[in-house]
Design a protein around this ligand. Structure first.
Ligand SMILES: [Zn+2]
Length: 110
């Protein structure tokens, strides 16, 4: 991506909206959909829908269905989804970076 380059006066160069985070909304949605499969699979395997586990990242008791383990981190589905999106965006390189980055940048704070 060449920043600041413009093609004035030519209708042929229609600017394709470039998402600021480097991912299109469809790509983000695809990650979310893929990550949600972990929830569905856990429920199908018999994880009780009401059961909770503490999340390594958000530190809250979260639905046990959909937890994803990365190294020594056990992430709730929401944090795991944020992590995968952040990794795809190049914001974090590994799970070790994620908790600190998340806190610093406010990733996922909705
Ligand atoms: Zn979490």
């Amino acid at each position: 991506m060449v920043k600041g380059s413009r093609y004035h006066g030519s209708a042929r160069y229609v600017a394709v909206p470039q998402p600021p985070n480097g991912l299109t909304q469809r790509q983000v949605d695809a990650i979310r959909t893929a990550m949600y499969l972990f929830v569905e699979e856990d429920l199908e395997r018999g994880v009780p829908p009401q059961s909770t586990r503490p999340c390594s990242v958000c530190r809250r008791p979260r639905s046990a269905a959909g937890f994803v383990t990365y190294a020594e981190f056990h992430l709730c589905n929401q944090c795991a989804t944020e992590y995968e999106i952040s990794r795809a965006q190049g914001i974090v390189r590994s799970i070790n970076d994620f908790p600190a980055r998340r806190a610093k940048r406010g990733i996922g704070v909705a």
